[in-house]
Write a protein that binds this ligand. Structure first.
Ligand code: HAM
Length: 420
């Protein structure tokens, strides 16, 4: 038997209701916060990610699914969505007229990482991006939005971590300090960090190797070397999220694994999956739109790991799953044929109806209706057919009434619509 690819995952019925519920909750919240949906392709030219995310990142160096297509073009399955959304913003001039755009997208991403709990090679992100707003309020609003979503999904045990990574004004001086610190410790760093130190020494702060973490333990941190504009911005973000009642920790080591960030970065960490794990991450990327060939426009956004969010969601799939409004227990071929046309007309009117299509006994059909938690059962056998009536049983009160077949469908629609 052919099995699915390692690090990939099927979402089966029973789970998918929870996924839908999580997405519907997110969509409703995003709409209220003024976000519009954008759908971008899952494949882009490799160059977009190499330039956008940064050549000297783990994602670009090691994790991308890249291939040459039959026309000789280098293509990559997207490892994240921000670069694609930024490309679309530029390509379709979504900045024309008003540069402010709030966009969200939900879909699969691909990274060839080592699979483990909560880490897949195809995973899904719920992603928000806000373009054209330089002020600190949007930073606070996005962090607030994330915590509201966690709240609505009854996610417990989360911590908000924030940091500032400075800007092109203050980054170079900090970089020198970091390089000077690393110069005396090169022998203790892993090959990757040594090799990348020229291009991007910041990556060493984020390295998973125990040796590097030890060697970098006392490294200088960007937040202590911010220029005045960055320090003011960060102070305003902190004040604003505190005003909004969000508790947070300043995490000086929160450098994030992608190169496009400037100023505010943030993560939502959870302890609910064993160990501290990021359920969402994001930050400001004021230079990205320009870097990708667009106008000089600020941007900020976040992505939530949907597999992780679903796992720690405090709401159950049943809360989101749609139980049938009605079960039709039709007995015998003639009754079934007649009931089947009612069923299709009820479905069309938005009434969820279950039935049995294999001619089982009334007893076993009633059992199934109970298992499916249907609040009503319509019983229709030969006796009822001869009398021109059908029996409607209320499964909660266990009471029954007899309804005339004449006008039955509109009557059922009226009653079932009331039950929601
Ligand atoms: P990221 O931190 O690479 O950021 O990913 C965001 C979230 O996606 C992570 O916090 C995690 O929950 C989830 N995630 C990442 N890799 C995996 C994986 N292999 N398996 C399961 N879940 C995973 C970004 O991707 C940025 N584009 C976020 C952003 C948007 N920044 C600004 N705008």
């Amino acid at each position: 038997m052919i099995q699915l690819i390692r690090g990939f995952k099927d979402n089966l019925p029973g789970e998918s209701e929870l996924w839908q519920g999580v997405e519907e909750t997110a969509r409703a919240l995003f709409r209220d916060f003024g976000f519009q949906e954008i759908r971008v392709p899952i494949m882009e030219k490799t160059e977009l990610f190499a330039r956008g995310i940064g050549e000297a990142t783990d994602i670009v160096e090691k994790e991308m699914y890249t291939f040459t297509d039959r026309g000789g073009e280098m293509l990559t399955l997207r490892p994240e969505a921000t670069a694609s959304v930024a490309r679309a913003y530029i390509q379709h001039k979504l900045y024309a007229g008003d540069p402010v755009r709030r966009l969200f997208t939900i879909g699969p991403m691909f990274r060839r990482e080592r699979p483990q709990k909560g880490r897949y090679r195809q995973f899904h992100q719920i992603n928000c991006e806000a373009f054209g707003i330089a002020g600190p309020c949007i930073d606070a609003q996005l962090i607030f939005l994330l915590t509201r979503l966690m709240d609505r999904l009854r996610v417990a045990d989360i911590a908000v971590h924030i940091n500032s990574l400075g800007c092109p004004e203050c980054r170079p001086a900090y970089r020198e300090k970091l390089l000077a610190y690393m110069a005396g410790r090169m022998d203790h760093l892993c090959d990757d960090c040594r090799r990348r130190s020229d291009v991007n020494p910041l990556r060493a702060l984020d390295c998973k190797s125990g040796h590097c973490q030890k060697a970098m333990a006392d490294a200088p941190e960007q937040i202590d070397f911010l220029c005045k504009a960055c320090a003011d911005h960060f102070a305003a973000v902190r004040a604003s999220i505190a005003d909004l009642g969000v508790s947070y920790t300043v995490d000086k080591r929160l450098v994030r694994g992608l190169d496009y960030y400037s100023r505010t970065t943030f993560e939502i960490l959870t302890g609910a999956m064993g160990g501290r794990i990021a359920v969402a991450g994001g930050g400001r990327y004021d230079g990205l739109i320009k870097l990708l060939g667009g106008p000089d426009t600020p941007g900020i956004g976040f992505a939530i790991g949907e597999e992780r969010l679903v796992e720690i969601c405090g709401r159950a799939a049943e809360e989101f799953s749609a139980r049938p409004h009605l079960y039709i227990a039709a007995l015998g071929e003639d009754c079934f044929r007649q009931a089947f046309s009612w069923l299709c007309r009820l479905n069309e009117a938005g009434i969820r109806v279950e039935t049995d299509m294999s001619g089982r006994s009334l007893k076993s059909q009633m059992k199934r209706a109970g298992r499916l938690n249907a609040p009503h059962v319509l019983i229709f056998g030969e006796n009822e057919r001869t009398e021109g009536r059908a029996i409607l049983r209320d499964m909660t009160t266990k009471t029954q009434e007899s309804l005339p077949l004449d006008g039955l469908v509109p009557e059922l629609i009226r009653r079932m619509s009331d039950t929601g």
